[in-house]
Design a protein around this ligand. Structure first.
Ligand SMILES: Cc1cc2nc3c(=O)[nH]c(=O)nc-3n(C[C@H](O)[C@H](O)[C@H](O)COP(=O)(O)O)c2cc1C
Length: 199
């Protein structure tokens, strides 16, 4: 296989993430929603998430002032609304009406019609040249009952809206759905273990 060198910034195209919507409280007490694809777990215990947000976003300013936010998992069914939160700034137009807003115990707004709402308390930040990595400790997790399996989340039921700057069959940046499970992680033979579980 021959490898070609691409511009380093296209490394982002190799990574697939979940499109999340970060909910924040505006100064006037209304809700703002910001699409964030660069959200990732960053500490096991206590469980912490990190969102990488451009310093100029209204959502970033809100988090730094209020020290609280929610991370709401976008699903395929709500692609249009989720996408909208990423195409316009709350500085220009209110995005509150895109979702049914529920104010959580942490003082931040959550999109009730997205299946997973994660409450975070800002505990750390790391400034990068363009973005700020905002570390949130997870203080609460609410999941639509029909998207759970036992005490866990079943992603086939959540139907998360995946995102990448990369192309899929020539078209992108892409939104995509999950597809099917291929194995059980950490098993000695992941594919075999999945077959066992499915029979
Ligand atoms: C699919 C998608 C993913 C995005 N991911 C990020 C991200 O990870 N970090 C970021 O800073 N902006 C991201 N954006 C851009 C912001 O959502 C966008 O600039 C938004 O208008 C900022 O809104 P705000 O000023 O109301 O916070 C994304 C946009 C889209 C459509």
């Amino acid at each position: 296989m021959t490898k070609v060198s691409l511009h380093p910034s296209f490394a982002k195209s190799a990574l697939v993430t979940t499109t999340t919507v970060v909910g924040t409280r505006n100064e006037d007490g209304t809700a703002n929603y910001t699409a964030i694809a660069w959200a990732a777990p960053c500490n096991g215990s206590p469980f912490r998430l990190c969102v990488s947000m451009n310093a100029g976003h209204l959502g970033t300013e809100n988090i730094l002032r209020e020290k609280t936010f929610t991370v709401n998992v976008g699903n395929v069914e709500m692609m249009k609304e989720v996408n909208r939160t990423g195409t316009i700034s709350g500085r220009k137009e209110s995005k509150e009406g895109l979702f049914e807003t529920v104010w959580k115990e942490n003082g931040a707004p959550a999109a009730d019609n997205l299946p997973v709402n994660v409450q975070c308390k800002l505990v750390d930040k790391l400034d990068q040249p363009a973005n700020t990595l905002l570390v949130g400790e997870v203080t609460g997790l609410d999941v639509d009952e029909e998207c759970t399996a036992g005490r866990n989340i079943d992603l086939a039921l959540v139907n998360p809206l995946l995102f990448s700057f990369g192309k899929c069959n020539g078209a992108g940046p892409m939104y995509a759905s999950l597809g099917k499970a291929e194995g059980i992680a950490w098993a000695q033979d992941p594919a075999e273990k999945l077959k066992e579980k499915q029979t």
